[in-house]
Design a protein around this ligand. Sequence first.
Ligand code: PEP
Ligand code: MG
Length: 542
Amino acid sequence: MIVATGTKIVNGIAIGKIRIYKAPVYEISESLVNDPIPELNRFEQARLKVQEQQHVLYEKALKEAGEESAGIFEAHELMLDDDDLIDGCKEIMAEQNHTAEYAVKEGFENVAQMFREMDDPYFQARSADIIDLKNAMLDVLLGLDPDSLQGTEPSILVAEDLAPSETVKLDKSLLLGLITREGSSNSHTAILARSMNLPTLIQCKDIRDSWDGKFAILDGYNSCIYIEPTQDLIDTLTAKHNEDLKKEALLQELKGKSNTTIDGRTVRVYANIGGPSDIGAVKVNDAEGVGLFRSEFVYLNSSEDPSEEAQFEAYKRVVETLAPKLVIIRTCDIGADKTIDYMKLDKEENPALGYRAIRICLTRKEFFKRQLRALLRASAYGNLGIMFPMIISLREVRECKEILAECKRELEVKGVKMGHIELGIMIETPAAALCADELAEEVDFFSLGTNDLTQYTCAIDRQNAKLEPFADTHHPAVLKLIKMTVDAGHRHNTWVGICGELGADPTLTETFLRMGVDELSVNPKSVLPLRKIIRSIDLSKE
Ligand code: PEP
Ligand code: MG
């Protein structure tokens, strides 16, 4: 048995034969032509044909993977109208007398290289889209058959890398799982794999051609692939796979249904996300909105302080794609366990009790304003909520609101469009829970961050594994603070949600509903299991 590891994109188990996919090798002549006109015509015909193909892929992706994934192909259609890209190719034909194939190879590669050199990982990942289009153009120009990917038997497809168009062309009924040597979790192939809920590993560096045709098990839970596994392993993982299939089928039936108890109480179930790459998971799991977008991941994923523009793009993408669903973006919650070199934060004795989250934002005002401006601009594209983390006092909330108003005024002067914003704070310190009555007057909603609320209430460092024996996630003091917060919020017309891990704890769902919690925001995979529990609860019975 051989075991190889990678980075999992999608959990789950795939069992079957390996099929190694080899991308076609394009042989492109460098010889020159006398008359560039026929080459320019061939180029134009190929461009229109590929645009048409991208439209067909758009329709296919729309059906199979949803709107966000389909948008990739709509963007491809537009890229093929891009003057810089197209004029670059035309110049190579008209001025250097090269063939259409050569012009495509050079022209598209130049633009892909430009994307690769950008700092923002989102734009870096777009180079793969340009290469994908380049290959589609070359397939047409060279008359190659691009559909020889899968064979006829269901298999686990193994490739160096896969372009988005290759991924969406795959026949799902023949596809058990996906493994690539390259790829990034931001790539569109990863986005597509997530929205197709396909067990997927990327960055699997030990892929071998000799695996072709061999029996294997892709174990997404443990981020590995077993080639020719032992019988014991086959039995164990087959049982786990069957269990997954059963659970999945039951959960799928709950899509589109309401989160309503037997006696008619409805609670909103939202998803927690870390960035635009989680949009597919929100949709596939049928979350009604996003209750916590941890915006610090936008900062953590960047090698330097992200610009207002880069942030705006990320927030806009989530808000716009998920509209009209409410998307609550938490302002940067950096510090404690989430450190970033470019922030140049000092080492501290007690980082969890230290200079973090809103404390950084309120003392680095320009840094904070850059994020708030990006958020305000994104609000024009959908239904946005903003919430502030680690609040302990009324003074902090008022200061945040003043800075937000200042940003709004600055943008208004410039005539920037903005939408309505729901404003909230996280209740994750005992101080905030105990002052909830005063705080509620200032905001539209509270979101209970039970991870930190538990840590600060019980004085248990959430990072310290040694303290596990002392930890009680259901500590009565925490539950009392939650109840106090809900009651205080409701006294002032402020709705109250839970976005900490406790929100997904099925043993507490009924308790939270009885407390009157309005919203539970959980990891996307927990949305449907939670719906199942809510629908089985009867609050009319003691
Ligand atoms: C929390 O503290 O419960 C929370 C949701 O925030 P984070 O886990 O990101 O600190
Ligand atoms: Mg927290």
